[in-house]
Ligand binder design. Structure first.
Ligand code: PLP
Length: 259
């Protein structure tokens, strides 16, 4: 009898987008495309379309804690991906999870505002993320606006990145899709090393779910044994291909084609 090797499990903690462009569906599809299996703990239900988020309802942190306990008991975690968060109580539950799972790579895509403009994080939640989660994260993947906001204001991206690394996050990939410029410039920062730039063709039109797609592709790569450098590089290459092939599933922004 042939025993199948276990598929690496990536625990995804993300919001649900009923339109299937962002959030947990983006995670499932991206993680699967890297050859891993997504475990899915939903942080929030949202009311949204391909234009914008209209409402958000957090899942009770206690329910998430119960889901996590069973998933952890049922097998090994190869990576953890965190996306949209619902409230401060969830941050505590997730921080406890990360402390119980030392050595498991953690990718955190800090979703602060929807592409359509709706604020998704209030002051206390942002403070909890900065104080409690950041020191436990291996890779943070903010866009430029999120990096500035988390770092406490305006300023050049390298200075913001330095402030975020000072808070204990081990790697930072700042994406430049939301910045002006002919090309998209993404930069990988880590303590004690020169920043590494990645330049990508700026594709026409706006996208919905690009950030979730990139972060979960990187988590899938890490789960399958890639180094951080390989995962950052391959995650971007694969995401750019999903954007080049993006599909329209609604009247707003296109979503990445993840298959
Ligand atoms: N809804 C959920 C559940 C998300 O996770 C995200 C982003 O990560 C969004 C909405 C916003 O996506 P976008 O900014 O690409 O529109």
């Amino acid at each position: 009898m042939h025993l199948k090797p276990p598929v690496p499990r990536v625990l995804c903690l993300s919001g649900h987008d009923p339109g299937g462009g962002a959030g947990i569906q983006a995670d499932i599809e991206s993680v699967a495309a890297q050859g891993a299996h997504a475990l899915t703990v939903i942080t929030a239900l949202t009311v949204q379309d391909t234009h914008n988020v209209r409402a958000l309802s957090a899942v009770p942190a206690e329910l998430m804690a119960q889901q996590l306990a069973l998933l952890e008991a049922d097998g090994v975690l190869a990576a953890i991906k965190i996306g949209l968060l619902g409230d401060v109580a969830q941050v505590r539950v997730i921080a406890d999870l990360l402390r119980r799972q030392p050595g498991v790579p953690v990718v955190f895509d800090p979703v602060l505002r929807a592409g359509g403009g709706t604020e998704l994080v209030n002051g206390p939640l942002q403070a909890a993320v900065l104080d409690t989660l950041l020191p436990l994260v291996d890779l943070l993947t903010p866009n430029a606006a999120e990096a500035r906001r988390l770092a406490g204001g305006e300023g050049p991206i390298p200075a913001c990145a330095a402030r975020l690394l000072d808070r204990g996050c081990r790697n930072l990939l700042v994406t430049g899709g939301d910045e002006p410029g002919e090309a998209v410039l993404n930069t990988w920062f880590r303590p004690g090393a020169e920043p590494v730039n990645f330049q990508w063709t700026r594709l026409p039109g706006g996208f919905h779910g690009a950030g979730c797609t990139l972060a979960s592709a990187i988590a899938g790569q890490l789960a399958c044994g890639a180094t951080m450098a390989q995962a950052i590089s391959e995650g971007q290459r694969w995401t750019q291909a999903t954007l080049a092939a993006a599909i329209r599933v609604g009247r707003g922004r296109s979503i990445p084609l993840r298959r």
